[in-house]
Design a protein around this ligand. Structure first.
Ligand code: PEP
Length: 248
């Protein structure tokens, strides 16, 4: 039985006061056994680390550099994230792919570096609306997954999370049905099982795309959906806590 995991992706939303209030709400309302992770914007990681100390909520980052250190202006390294108590890193979010030109090869390098640093990568895959309409969902998500498995190796998925995030569902209110999501999650698990059946059974597969307090329970009830990656609804502590409760 895989434990449920729910990750909050705040994207580029926060200020000091908002962070303090939101995290206080998380800490007060989110109860185990669900594992919750907060991913605030990088400038607020230190404040979040202090506030989450001793709580059951883990800290994560929304991106990281694949490079170790040095002349990479504007980038953030894995050792910096470690220093700030981060345990998780979101990689290959569709906004990173579409707005900042991240390619599968960059994402694979970041994945390898994240595993080597001992943090848990949360690898995002997902198709656009056009790709779904053209019947390309399976081939798109398979090739995004393969691009990382082929470089990082299946063993590195012992300590990784995969998030299926259909691009057409992110921030649109247009959630995938539980059946649509389950179908892709099953495919992803089968793809992983081609390399290692045992690891495939253990990898948490999260669904992301307009998850909210109303639709979380039916999504999380599906066999291969092990929790969620939550954007918009994570900016409301009571909505996020309700999503975590649905996972419990
Ligand atoms: C996301 O940002 O990863 C996401 C899934 O956003 P939302 O929940 O707002 O669709």
């Amino acid at each position: 039985m895989r434990a449920k995991l729910v990750i909050a992706n705040w994207k580029m939303n926060a200020d000091k006061a908002m962070l303090a209030k939101l995290l206080a709400g998380y800490v007060a309302a989110i109860k185990p056994p669900v594992k919750a992770v907060a991913c605030p914007p990088a400038p607020y990681l230190a404040q979040a680390q202090q506030q989450l100390e001793g709580s059951a909520i883990a800290l994560g980052a929304q991106n990281v550099s694949q490079f170790e250190k040095g002349a990479y202006t504007g980038e953030i390294s894995l050792s910096m994230l470690q220093d700030l108590g981060c345990e998780y890193v979101i990689l290959g979010h569709s906004e990173r792919r579409s707005l900042f030109g991240e390619q599968d090869t960059d994402i694979a390098e970041k994945f390898v570096a994240t595993i080597a640093a001992g943090l848990t990568p949360v690898l995002c895959v997902g198709e656009t609306r056009e790709q779904r309409q053209a019947g390309e969902t399976d081939s798109v998500v398979s090739s995004q997954l393969d691009a990382v498995v082929n470089v990082a190796g299946i063993k590195s998925f012992e300590k990784a999370v995969v998030a299926y995030e259909p691009v057409w569902a992110i921030g649109t209110g247009d959630t995938a049905t539980p059946e649509q999501a389950q179908q892709v999650h099953k495919l992803l698990r089968e793809k992983l099982a081609e390399s290692d059946a045992d690891i495939a059974q253990r990898v948490p597969l999260l669904y992301g795309g307009s998850v909210n307090a109303e639709n979380a329970e039916e999504l999380f009830a599906m066999t291969d959906i092990d929790g969620g990656l939550v954007g918009g609804a994570s900016l409301d502590a009571s909505a996020f806590a309700a999503i975590c409760a649905a996972a419990n």
